[in-house]
Design a protein around this ligand. Structure first.
Ligand code: AMP
Ligand code: GLY
Length: 425
């Protein structure tokens, strides 16, 4: 009961991390920067933006933080881990060079190629005309094509095209209009793969790893995977598509080769490795890697980990994960995201949230975008809350979560009614 821990971030993922760490008997003080209104119930929120690395470093030094844990990708890409390391401060997450696994699609695709990690076949372009020609070669032979900005584009840098016009337009958006800025200096153009998507999470120290769980996100805003992409509208653990066989192949063909490749390339990767997979008829292939926990996947991963999670992060930072094990809860965990009217487009803030107190014990409401006004929780973001429940089966978890979701209300609130449905079809 003596450690001081700092979580960097402010969303539902960071609330889930804070909720889990707040249960650790080793922690004397838990800070979250900047946090949110829900996080403030389990930790002390500190008003530092996630990109203000100078302030994060000074805060960690002043408060003698024993370990910092980074939630979102942006500070990782901007080198928060390198900066903490330079100051002799302990921090869980990859260095900027290693975080390129998420931050640069060109970097990650070239790594997959070099080390035979299964992924969609692709080419890289920095020339608009050549990019167009290559993309057109797919659509003119009746194949869909996927056009990806190299860098981070808030989830909007991946465009699927089915016609010459769509392909040209996608390349223009990324390379000519520079809608995502420098992120569009290069594009990856790749074959379209069909299959169900699964997220797989491991914690690695750069050599060894601990498998946490698999989960399935629901990225589109509306039921049946319709409408525009969002940050994620809900998730559940252990989707049936991720069989024991697929798991073995994923570990052997994707996870181990990637960790080894990063080490061989001189960028050892320490942190959460989140593989975004598509399960094709040929087996699992990598769509992307993320350098962090998923959001909302963290909201279902944290409640499934038994016992204190702090040692897992500490042991990873110290490079001693070999033979380290964690225990998982049985059953399935599910979460449904409650979003503001209009999200993922324009939305209003400041709507009073009602009903959180009516949630039954054993279910959890993680806050993603909330604030407090006159003693009430109000909406303060696109994704507002994540309601989390468990069940012995996916069906039971689904029934449990929707019973709780119906107790919560704010003006304009919308959510998907089919989270987990693919698992029980
Ligand atoms: P990414 O950021 O690369 O994971 O892409 C975002 C989303 O676009 C993925 O979750 C998939 O739904 C879709 N996607 C990306 N690449 C492909 C591909 N090669 N084939 C089919 N869908 C893809
Ligand atoms: N839920 C998708 C992500 O965190 O990237």
């Amino acid at each position: 009961m003596s450690k001081k821990i700092l979580i960097v971030g402010s969303g539902g993922r960071e609330h889930a991390l804070a909720w889990k760490l707040a249960q650790s008997s080793q922690i004397e003080k838990l800070y979250v920067a900047p946090g949110n209104a829900g996080i403030a119930e389990v930790a002390e929120c500190v008003d530092i933006a996630v990109t203000d690395i100078d302030q994060m470093v000074s805060f960690a030094k002043n408060k003698q933080i024993d370990l910092a844990i980074v939630g979102p990708e942006i500070p990782l890409m901007e080198g928060i881990v390198d900066r903490f390391n330079n100051e002799g401060l302990k921090i869980f997450g990859p260095t900027a060079a290693a975080a390129r696994l998420e931050g640069s699609k060109v970097f990650s695709k070239n790594l997959f190629n070099k080390y035979n990690i299964p992924t969609a076949s692709y080419e890289v372009f920095d020339d608009i005309d050549k990019a167009r020609e290559f993309a057109r070669s797919f659509v003119t032979s009746d194949k869909s094509v996927v056009i990806k900005a190299d860098g981070l584009a808030a989830g909007k840098g991946v465009i699927i095209a089915n016609t010459v016009n769509e392909a040209d337009e996608a390349i223009d958006i990324i390379m000519k209009d520079k809608s995502f800025g420098e992120a569009g200096n290069e594009v990856v153009i790749e074959e379209f793969l069909t299959g169900e998507e699964v997220s797989v999470f491991v914690v690695t120290d750069g050599k060894d790893f601990v498998y946490l769980t698999s989960a399935q996100d629901h990225k589109r805003v509306f039921d049946n995977d319709e409408g525009p992409n969002t940050g994620g509208m809900g998730a559940y653990t252990s989707p049936p598509i991720y069989t024991e066989e697929i798991h073995k192949r994923t570990i052997n063909e994707v996870i181990i080769p990637t960790i080894d490749a990063m080490e061989k390339e001189g960028n050892p990767y320490m942190g959460v490795l989140y593989a975004g997979l598509i399960i094709t008829s040929e087996g699992p292939k990598v769509l992307e890697f993320n350098a962090r926990f998923g959001d909302p996947e963290a909201q279902v991963i944290m409640p499934m980990i038994k016992g204190d999670i702090l040692p897992l992060f500490e042991v990873a930072v110290d490079g001693k994960l070999k033979d380290y094990q964690i225990d998982s809860e049985n059953g399935v965990c599910i979460c449904v995201v409650l979003a503001s009217g209009g999200y993922p487009g324009e939305y209003e803030k400041g709507k009073i949230i009602k009903g959180i107190d009516n949630i039954k014990p054993d279910n959890i409401v993680f806050h993603a975008g909330t604030a407090v006004e006159n003693g009430d929780f109000i909406t303060n973001g696109g994704r507002v809350l994540a309601v989390v429940s468990k069940g012995n089966t996916t069906l039971e978890a689904i029934e449990n979560v929707y019973e709780e979701v119906e107790k919560i209300y704010f003006e304009g609130m919308h959510y998907r009614k089919d989270i987990g449905k693919k698992a029980v079809r």
